[in-house]
Design a protein around this ligand. Structure first.
Ligand code: UDP
Length: 247
């Protein structure tokens, strides 16, 4: 295995599957099985949960509410998703895997508060740890908190599981049919070209701490396991002297 400890950033779109919003039970079972397959190979896994299937803060103008309030709603959405994921991972592993939700916004009767050293302890004991409520503050999405938690718990890489996007492209593949996939790309290329797959703040935080970012299509079964086995799946963003584009 390429890494011993990783954090997976799961977006709300993965949870809603074929629906625009809410939950798709087939998609959630699939996600849980993909995670458990990697867990069973001995990898320690943290999960940063998104909430876009419930609400996103940038929709504030559409609803005529303040951004900070809209972000609160988004963060609460990530907690709901985290509980769902805990429930399904527990069920799919027949209770054999201990799954903990640690939240940046306290909801003490349903989840633990996020405490960094305790999270590391859980991971070392082989628990799957789900990070809910991002960093507990508005004006960010869960991309930046994903990188922050990865660094805090000393994981070796962050995995951005995408829905029908196989990585970082030279241009938007939906608009430009000549867009090509980067196999390896420098953090600064992603930032300077404003490549639109992850939040720039997340890429910059990873760059400044030399944390590899893997971006791949989660819908391709086994993709996370293949990245961990060392295969070139999707894109890796790292400190490279040369960007490598797929021919
Ligand atoms: N959010 C926030 N602070 C955080 C993490 C999330 O305010 O630390 C809010 C923000 O409004 C965001 C929403 O929660 O839009 C849901 O997260 P995100 O958009 O990242 O979900 P995803 O796109 O991954 O489904």
């Amino acid at each position: 295995m390429r890494y011993k400890r990783i954090v997976l950033k799961l977006s709300g779109g993965a949870i809603s599957g074929k629906y625009e919003s809410g939950f798709d039970p087939i998609a959630i079972d699939y996600i849980a099985d993909e995670i458990l397959a990697v867990y069973n190979k001995g990898v320690q896994i943290g999960i940063t949960m998104g909430g876009g299937n419930i609400f996103r803060g940038h929709l504030c103008t559409q609803w005529g509410i303040e951004r900070a309030e809209a972000d609160n709603i988004g963060m609460m959405g990530t907690i709901i998703n985290s509980l769902m994921m805990r429930g399904v991972l527990t069920a799919r592993s027949e209770g054999k895997v201990e799954v903990r939700v640690m939240t940046a916004i306290p909801v003490n009767t349903v989840a633990e508060p996020y405490i960094r050293l305790r999270a590391i302890n859980h991971l070392e004991k082989g628990y799957i740890v789900i990070f809910a409520a991002g960093i507990g503050n508005p004006y960010v999405t869960t991309d930046y908190p994903g990188v922050q938690r990865t660094l805090e718990v000393r994981a070796e890489a962050i995995f951005f599981a995408k829905h029908k996007t196989n990585g970082i492209f030279t241009d938007d593949p939906n608009k430009n049919p000549n867009a090509k996939l980067y196999r390896r790309v420098n953090y600064n290329t992603v930032v300077h070209q404003d490549l639109d797959a992850l939040d720039q703040s997340a890429v910059i935080l990873a760059r400044d701490n030399n944390l590899p970012i893997h971006v791949f299509d989660f819908d391709q079964k086994g993709s996370m396991a293949r990245v961990l086995e060392g295969e070139d799946v999707g894109t890796v963003i790292l400190q490279t002297s040369e960007d490598v584009i797929e021919e």
